[in-house]
Unconditional design. Structure first.
Length: 318
């Protein structure tokens, strides 16, 4: 019995130890669970405080859009009340009262956007007019929506900022651009009229000079030296006539009214004509000017001869 007694005492001792360990383990597990729950609650409370600080102290107005018991509920930040010049004690935001603040011409757009966001996952950005005090101001709103796993609307977070000054500055800039554009158009019209009048006033005496010069050139009683001077007058008159045409063509190009006259042009004849025009001018300036063509005598090109001459004359003159 003694041995059995000893064995019985040992068995009770071991069993008690096991029960004690099991109890301690359960107690520790409960302690860890309680500590984890406290930490989770602390983190949740800290996150909520951060959200509240951001919600209430943002420079732009912030709102939260909730679905509560089948009703749409709006929560505004203090900054949003300030932007819209509203008193939180006098105004309780909801979709209906919010739409009343929206300009009548913009309400349908805002309402359609709100309904669309309930069913779609894309964020929305809108610009519309809202009543601020006694006047309507342009505002820009941005809203992001969250849905549950079944696609049902949970909540939305958005912001509103007053962009009236931006709109006014943009309108002033557009007005200034429009004013400058009108001034430029008026200046172009004035320039075109001036060129047209100038060309007419220059062509009349120039035509007389060239006409009488050609008559003198055909007069057999005029000596060789006089013929040389007369030919010089004719050539320079033709140069002046081309300059007038260039000015008119420039005006037509800017107005988009330049027309081309297509015809066959003999390249060698054109080169010879250009050479005759510039030979004397090159001699006076002691410049050696050499024209050579390896094209057949009957080589032609379909182009506008007047425009082609203008291009070549300008290139050589420069």
């Amino acid at each position: 019995m003694l041995i059995n007694g000893c064995l019985f005492v040992a068995s009770v001792s071991v069993r008690s130890s096991l029960l004690y360990l099991a109890y301690r383990r359960k107690d520790l597990s409960l302690s860890f669970s309680t500590r984890s729950l406290k930490e989770a609650n602390l983190e949740l409370r800290t996150a909520q405080e951060r959200y509240d600080l951001l919600f209430e102290n943002s420079r732009i107005g912030v709102y939260e859009w909730r679905q509560k018991q089948g009703r749409t509920e709006l929560v505004w930040s203090r900054r949003l009340y300030s932007i819209l010049n509203m008193n939180p004690d006098d105004f309780k935001p909801c979709l209906g009262s919010y739409l009343e603040l929206v300009h009548p011409e913009d309400r349908e757009m805002v309402l359609n956007s709100a309904e669309k966001m309930k069913h779609e996952r894309e964020a929305q950005s809108l610009e519309y007019r809202m009543l601020v005090g006694n006047d309507y101001h342009w505002v820009r709103s941005r809203t992001a929506i969250r849905h549950d796993e079944n696609g049902h609307f949970l909540f939305g977070i958005g912001s509103i900022e007053d962009i009236q000054e931006i709109k006014e500055a943009k309108q002033m800039l557009e007005d200034e651009v429009r004013k400058r554009t009108l001034q430029l158009e008026l200046a172009n019209v004035t320039k075109d009229r001036f060129l047209a009048n100038m060309s007419h006033e220059l062509r009349t005496p120039l035509g007389l000079i060239l006409g009488f010069s050609e008559l003198l050139s055909g007069n057999l009683s005029v000596d060789d030296e006089a013929h040389e001077y007369i030919n010089l007058i004719i050539k320079n008159g033709e140069i002046l006539s081309r300059l007038i045409n260039d000015l008119l063509d420039l005006s037509r190009v800017e107005a988009g009214m330049l027309k081309f006259q297509w015809s066959k042009v003999n390249i060698n004849d054109l080169i010879q004509e250009i050479q005759n025009t510039f030979d004397e001018r090159a001699d006076r300036k002691k410049i050696y000017l050499n024209f050579r063509s390896r094209l057949p005598d009957n080589e032609t090109l379909i182009t506008d001869p007047i425009r082609l001459k203008q291009i070549i004359y300008n290139l050589i003159s420069n």
